[in-house]
Structure formats: structure tokens, C-alpha cells
Design a protein around this ligand. Sequence first.
Ligand code: ZN
Length: 263
Amino acid sequence: MKGGRRRELPYIFSPGRRLLHVVVEMKEIPRAYATVLNILSARLNLIETVTYRTGDRAIFSGFAEPLEPDETPDSIKKLLAVSPMVTDCIVTSSTNGVLVDTFHRGLETGNGEPLVMFRRHGISRMFDQVASIPGGGGEVTLFNEGVAVGDSDGSEILSTWKPGFMADGFPTLLTLFSAFGWGSATAMERTDPRAVRIRMDDCFECSTGRKAKSCAFVRGFLVGSARTLLGREVKCEEPVCRLRGDDHCEFLIDTGLSSPAST
Ligand SMILES: [Zn+2]
């Protein structure tokens, strides 16, 4: 089975359909989720759902379409209130085909680090604008911004994953790029013991860019994160880039030592 992008629905757009957004706070016991699903699936076509734990409670949240035309947010709330597994619930509705999830305020990682969402093309176009600043200063700015983000993410990973994990953590770190939607990163065969070469397919920075000549932000990010994780200065070049006509990007990181992944 081929992987793809995970569908994240901060809102749902479905003209001509009546939509509900159901949020249920449940007692944190395994049976609660099954009970709530049973109650809801008898009356609603569940379009997209998510369940997670937060502290001593569990949250179910989902967009749904009523199976019967006379179903209302109140009728669903009454249905849920009967169950001893349910401690609270919110049901909102829309008739104009657009329903926003107003319960959640952004995203977070499993460690509680807040995340923001931007449309990929929007970010790529923003970088394009910065890169087009006359005099070549734009790409330097993008590189420095990448270093700042890399430093921050590297510190976060160090404090969460602990330095000992880094001994064989490099392949795992690379998989984070695609998990976050930045592109698909793979480690290439090493020709120089000091250097790490990373192939990036579908890099977000050059996904719509036309004005820049390289993925300066990603290059800066690799410098910032690698130097934070390794604890020493590193260099990075991008010898292959889609912005110069190649079909993918490659980043060559000079780690300064012969076995960077084992530090
Ligand atoms: Zn590139």
C-alpha cells in the first residue's frame, strides 16, 4: 500500500450537504470509544474522525452527515447524554456546505509542541518573494531563517529524544521531513566519510518557486539542526536542485567529523 498525505480537516467544504461537527469528551476507558462510535454511527455518516487522550479524559471529534433529515445538533446531544461513558459534548452544524472545526485551536505533536498549518504553495510563494529581493540578499535571509528554525527544532528534539538516541537516530530524523510534509528525504551512499548526502524528492521550498536558484531555507535548516544535534559547526551545499532544472534536490552536509551519525 502506497503512503500519501494524512488528511487533516480544520474545516470541511461540501456544498449541498448538511454537516455536523461532533466533539465528545469521554471517560478514559477503552469501552467508551466503542460506545460513542456505536451511538453515532447508527444516526450519522461519519466523514472524518479523530480520537486522542488528553490528561485523564479522552476526546472524540468528527465531521458527520446526518442519515435522517430531521436530525439536529440537539437530538445528537440528547442521544449522547444518555451514555454514562460521555462526560460532555458539543455539536455544531452548517447548512451552507462549509463547517469549521471551532473546538480545536491548531495542532500539536504528541509531546505537546504547538504546530501551525500553512498551505504548501503559499509558503513556497512567500519564499519566492523573499528570494526575489534585489541584490541577492533574499537567499541569504532565507538561509538564516532556515538556520534559526533548524536550531529551534534541533533543540526541541534533543530535549525530547535525549542525546543518546542520536547514536542511530539519523535515519529516523530523515523520516520526519516527509511526516511534516517538507518532502521525501533519503540518505544517499556516502562517498566522503565526513559528508552526509541527502536526497530530497518533492521538496516543499521549490514546489512552486521560480525566482530562487536554490533551496536556501532547507539548506539553512539542515545546518541549524545538524549543528545543534551534533554540537559543532557544519556546512551544507545543494549541488542538485529542481530550481536549476534537476528533477530532485540533493544536500551535501560536511559534518566536520568522519562518523557524524555515531556522535
Ligand atoms: Zn532545491
